[in-house]
Design a protein around this ligand. Sequence first.
Ligand code: FES
Length: 61
Amino acid sequence: MDHSKTPTIQVTASGKVVVTNAKEILLLDGEGNPIVKRNRFTLCNCGKTKDIPFCDGAHKQ
Ligand code: FES
């Protein structure tokens, strides 16, 4: 099956949460306000990011 255009959330082997084809996904903050996003992004699941909810690489430090 071709998933090249399907909105997808993938948990990688290393535990990253990668979202692709995100144009149709509505990403909301805790108050229900839309969060501006790219078409592909990685969600932070370590709690160290300064760019919530996105991974900014801080997990590597
Ligand atoms: S997963 Fe949290 S900064 Fe990358």
